[in-house]
Ligand binder design. Structure first.
Ligand code: SAM
Length: 264
């Protein structure tokens, strides 16, 4: 009787928002040690953004296999499901042989990442498969840093919304939260701008695309992006109030808000 190899470990590795030096030490070590790198891309001919970010630190590792997995940018389950199934079959085959597989994701693997679906599907295919997550610097953290403003202080509340799933309740969210982060905004830019105009908050919004990458763009007059379909790596942050932290009101102190010029 032949022993079956024990299952390899599946790693979900966040590679950060774009700058190669925003990879964590753990991410680099995990990516370098894995037998197989699973690298998502949005079409068969395009680049894997996760690999573009990780390649300078990870480089070529002798004996390591790289598999590029295509996940179309679509909300349609009929298009996405076959892609996820094909990707998971390729990953599961390697894990079953006892190989470790590191799936690299842009930002953090736990936020709007394909890794979430991949992990679920692999766990169903290979019950008991060991899974480890290496957190990454999310764009939600990187964008405020590039803009030069804090995300929240003191008692402030933050909301994060996926714009591509509709923004019908945006006015209500803007009313209830001090800071609203709008991710995946591409097709929704016109309705976002209309809601901001109605709420009188258009001056309090900032648009940022490709934060920390060489192509980074910060647009403090968000009306300028009205005619654009939006970059795949773009978000808006809207800060409703002046900072409400403990110092405000006690000392003359007016920290910058998102839309304010920060030495730009
Ligand atoms: C599929 S989600 C992935 C989020 C990622 N897991 C994270 O933690 O940042 C893609 C969305 O993240 C945002 N995003 C990711 N990287 C970005 C960057 N470098 N600059 C601005 N927005 C970014 C955009 O809103 C984009 O539409």
């Amino acid at each position: 009787m032949t022993d079956r190899p024990s299952l390899g470990t599946l790693y979900g590795v966040g590679v950060g928002p774009g700058a190669p030096d925003l990879l964590t030490l753990r991410a680099v070590e995990t990516l370098r040690k894995a037998d197989v790198l699973a690298l998502p891309r949005s079409n068969d001919y395009g680049l894997s953004m996760a690999w573009r970010i990780a390649a300078p630190s990870v480089g070529d590792v002798a004996g390591q296999e790289r598999i590029f997995l295509t996940f179309p940018m679509s909300k349609d389950p009929a298009r996405l499901r076959p892609a996820i199934e094909a990707a998971c079959a390729a990953i599961a085959e390697r894990l079953s042989r006892g190989q470790s597989v590191a799936f690299a994701t842009e930002g953090d693997p736990g936020l709007y990442s394909t890794f979430i679906y991949v992990r679920q599907a692999i766990s169903a295919l290979l019950p008991g498969v060991p899974v480890e997550i290496v957190p990454g610097v999310s764009s939600v953290m990187a964008v405020p840093a590039m803009v030069g403003a804090a995300l929240a202080d003191g008692q402030e509340r933050i909301a994060i919304l996926p714009g591509n799933y509709g923004v019908e309740d945006l006015a209500e969210v803007l009313e209830r939260f001090d800071t609203t982060v709008l991710m995946k905004i591409g097709p929704e830019i016109p309705s976002v701008l209309a809601a901001l105009e109605r709420a009188g908050l258009v001056e309090k919004a900032v648009y940022v695309s490709k934060a920390t990458m060489p192509e980074q763009r910060i647009e403090r007059d968000v009306r300028r992006v009205a005619a654009e379909r939006g970059d795949c790596f773009a978000m808006m942050i809207i800060s409703r109030r002046q900072r409400s932290g403990v110092l405000v009101g006690e000392v003359p102190f007016s920290p910058p808000d998102f839309a304010a010029e920060a030495g730009a």
